[in-house]
Ligand binder design. Structure first.
Ligand SMILES: [Zn+2]
Ligand SMILES: [Zn+2]
Length: 148
């Protein structure tokens, strides 16, 4: 029949429940796409994903869902100067990005191995510039392995 038929309460998404959002099939699918992606994704990525999964949707609902997720603080909007926004889960640990200038791909980078160096830099900035730092953003631009 329909997904609602066999979607038990158990399988409903706890995250959506916590945010007081009704668990709909589309919201579940979009959220699971975010969880699977190891990169910031755009509305077009979401649309392509839903098409691949042969899921019926309408574009307006996708944009509305992203807005709702953002308002509920489930996802963050990020801008990479590519003319549209990308989003990533707010629950992700702090990380940085690799941006390919050739194909436009953007990947998350595990930055644990240089976190302590970055903390040192922050300390220097605080001392030298009398600036209180809340957060930082560091993206690396270059070419990905496919574009070498
Ligand atoms: Zn960092
Ligand atoms: Zn590339």
């Amino acid at each position: 029949m329909h997904y609602l038929f066999y979607m038990s309460k158990k399988s409903r998404n706890k995250v959506l429940d916590l945010e007081g959002l009704k668990s709909t099939y589309l919201r579940e699918e979009i959220l699971s796409f975010f969880k699977k992606s190891h990169r910031p994704i755009s509305a077009n990525d979401v649309i392509a994903y839903l098409k691949r999964r042969k899921i019926k949707f309408n574009r307006v609902t996708v944009f509305r869902t992203l807005n709702t997720f953002e308002k509920k603080d489930l996802i963050n909007k990020i801008e990479f100067q590519e003319g549209n926004f990308r989003y990533e889960l707010t629950s992700l640990p702090h990380h940085h990005h690799l941006v390919c200038l050739s194909c436009g791909s953007i990947e998350d980078i595990d930055s644990c191995f240089f976190d302590s160096e970055l903390q040192d830099i922050e300390k220097k900035v605080i001392v030298n510039q009398s600036f209180i730092i809340n957060s930082h953003r560091l993206d690396f631009f270059g070419r990905c392995s496919k574009c070498l």
